[in-house]
Design a protein around this ligand. Structure first.
Ligand SMILES: O=C(O)CCC(=O)C(=O)O
Length: 227
């Protein structure tokens, strides 16, 4: 009896595109994707942010206790925007100077949240921070959001920044690393409430913006998602 070995037609293997891995060795929940955005994506994002801030111009909030102006100029995108004045730090639905609602969060940022945020509800706020060459941001926790389980996702555009990452208490040891244009950093899970800040900007390290400086965009979920 002759037997014929029948071979099945090979099944095509489809693999999802390789997902870039975050930078190794950072504490749990601190996810850094270095130069995740291509130059063209960064340029498009800067153009979109510029268009948004013609509607919602940069402004300086004031520190609640002292009434002194904050160091950074800022604006917001989204249903809610972060704001500070003598009444405290909080999220508000309209621009403090124009009274208009904030422009919508860019679709490109929404897509980043979907891909890297790993959270079922969308962000409600995107804080736009503008750092001039001399600006810094002191060590702080992001604690004005009701939903502290949602990640904070931040995008760096322009000159390098020296980022300082602390622990869950202000006095905890800190570590520092540079953030480059196109980097995406997520603080999530056990790292969501870590102290962090920016110690300095390195002017002239990027040609993305027309002038020396840096834009940082942070996506935040403010309210608890509906059940
Ligand atoms: O500029 C950065 O990279 C950090 C911004 C930040 O910590 C904040 O907006 O709370």
């Amino acid at each position: 009896m002759s037997s014929t070995l029948k071979t099945a037609a090979p099944t095509p293997i489809s693999r999802p595109p390789a997902r870039p891995q975050p930078f190794p060795g950072l504490p749990e929940g601190v996810l850094l994707w270095q130069e995740y955005l291509s130059r063209a994506e960064q340029e498009a994002m800067v153009e979109d942010v510029r268009a948004a801030i013609t509607q919602a111009p940069l402004f300086r909030g004031t520190m609640p206790k002292t009434g002194k102006p904050l160091g950074l100029q800022m604006s917001n995108l989204g249903d809610l925007g972060w704001f500070a004045d003598r009444s405290g730090y909080r999220y508000v639905p309209t621009h403090p100077k124009t009274g208009a609602p904030w422009p919508a969060i860019l679709p490109s940022l929404m897509a980043l949240w979907q891909t890297l945020g790993d959270y079922p509800a969308p962000p409600e706020a995107c804080l736009v921070n503008y750092y001039g060459p001399e600006n810094k941001l002191s060590l702080h926790q992001d604690m004005d959001e009701l939903d502290v389980h949602a990640p904070i996702l931040s995008v760096s555009l322009g000159d390098q920044a020296l980022y300082r990452l602390g622990g869950l208490a202000r006095k905890d040891k800190t570590q520092s690393f540079r953030l480059n244009s196109g980097d995406v950093l997520v603080l999530t899970g056990p790292a969501r409430m870590r102290f962090h800040g920016v110690d300095r900007i390195y002017p002239g390290t990027s040609t993305l913006l027309k002038q020396p400086g840096r834009i940082n965009l942070t996506l935040r979920r403010v309210n608890l998602p509906p059940d």
